[in-house]
Design a protein around this ligand. Structure first.
Ligand SMILES: Nc1ncnc2c1ncn2[C@@H]1O[C@H](COP(=O)(O)OP(=O)(O)O)[C@@H](O)[C@H]1O
Ligand SMILES: [Mg+2]
Length: 363
């Protein structure tokens, strides 16, 4: 059988560009080359698509702090010709290869929020991970929380600020009480996230968050264990055993996630009572469905002695050597390469389902 042509997309115009390079590098290494002919697609910080070999594209692969995309590589785009999807060389207009399915592992803005997914839909291509809607609502911490609230899921108190609007912070501070978490609504990897302990810090934190987004979310501090759960599937999603992030630092910051290995310990199997683990898994699946997700998602919680609060979903979770999404499934009996097989099958399955829908109407 011919190998499936997989277009692995990484990088992008996002604060998580470097993390994406690392995730993609691990995915590339784990993909079974007997089954897949992997074409590498690196999107640079200006949004230009590049292709090349592993050696050409990745500078310092696998180390998030120093890894870079080599932009002196072949510039490309993707097109649909006669219903088939191709990569085309921008300089000579020649077709390089066809693609059967894209695997975007582009964390953050434009790559995880439905923008890239919309482009892949327009191309008519199969792709891994959630579609446009699931990606968009899973990325926006404001809209996501409102959908959680509507579904009766437990969430902490929050307020949303928008650029250009005057906000009276005094009643918000009175309600949330310090410390207050401040976040850009649409980002990840804790980029732009601060824990403000007083009014001064709050003003600074809001300024920082507004550098990344036009919407900023303020949240009450939830003092609990950080529990995570991986979800996989389309119509009938399954959940992994829950894991836990054990923090040795103030909160799970960008630094704690990728730079200082001692600041946090990801534990792929959380020590939880069976009934709590069950509740986490059931809630993770509910979150996945409520947000219209498909393919994959990692659902993050705060577990206090009294309550299980939902924090967020990550629709293109990390796939680096320390990332929890694949580790939690490995703990649950699905090793990394098999997980990638399943994700690709789910992406192909969704495309088949979508192709069966009627796209014309003649009365
Ligand atoms: N309301 C909160 N209460 C306590 N800790 C929080 C809260 N919100 C965020 N944090 C801390 O900040 C980290 C990053 O916030 P999160 O909402 O997960 O953003 P991101 O999407 O960037 O991962 C969390 O893992 C947690 O350590
Ligand atoms: Mg998070």
């Amino acid at each position: 059988m011919a190998r499936l042509k997989v277009g692995l997309i990484f990088g992008g115009k996002s604060g998580e560009h470097e993390v994406s390079l690392t995730s993609a590098f691990y995915i590339y290494n784990a993909l079974d080359k007997k089954k897949y002919d992997v074409k590498l697609i690196g999107i640079d910080k200006k949004g230009v698509w590049h292709t090349g070999s592993v050696k050409e594209l990745w500078i310092n692969p696998g180390q998030t702090e120093i890894t870079r995309l080599n932009v002196k590589t072949r510039e490309i785009t993707a097109v649909n010709k006669n219903g088939k999807v191709y990569l085309v060389d921008l300089n000579n207009g020649k077709i390089i290869t066809n693609i059967d399915i894209f695997f975007p592992i582009t964390h953050g803005t434009f790559g995880e929020d439905g923008c890239l997914q919309g482009f892949l839909e327009l191309l008519g291509s199969a792709y891994v991970g959630p579609g446009v809607l699931g990606s968009a609502v899973g990325m926006d911490k404001d809209v996501m929380k409102k959908l959680f609230r509507d579904a009766g899921l437990s969430i902490g108190k929050f307020y949303t600020l928008r650029t250009g609007e005057k906000n009276n912070l005094a009643p918000i501070i009175r309600d949330l009480k310090f410390p207050i978490f401040v976040k850009p609504a649409n980002l990840g990897s804790s980029v732009g996230v601060s824990k403000a302990k007083n009014r001064n810090e709050l003003m600074k934190a809001i300024k920082v968050a507004f550098q990344y987004d036009t919407k900023v979310v303020l949240e009450e501090n939830l003092k609990g264990r950080e529990i995570e759960c991986s979800v996989l599937g389309n119509e009938k999603p399954i959940a992994s055993m829950p894991g836990e992030i054990k923090l040795q630092s103030d909160f799970y910051s960008y630094d704690a996630k990728y730079i200082s290995p001692d600041a946090a310990t990801p534990v792929p199997r959380a020590d939880l009572k069976p009934e709590i683990a069950k509740k986490v898994r059931e809630t993770a699946i509910k979150v996945f469905k409520v947000l219209n997700c498909e393919g994959m998602g990692r659902v993050d919680f705060f577990l206090t002695p009294k309550k299980l609060y939902v924090n967020e979903i990550n629709t293109l979770p990390g796939f680096t050597s320390v990332s929890m999404y694949p580790k939690m499934f490995a703990e649950s009996g699905i090793p990394y390469p098999k997980l990638l097989d399943k994700l690709i099958q789910l992406g192909m399955g969704r495309k088949k389902r979508s192709d069966k829908l009627k796209r014309d109407f003649i009365a």
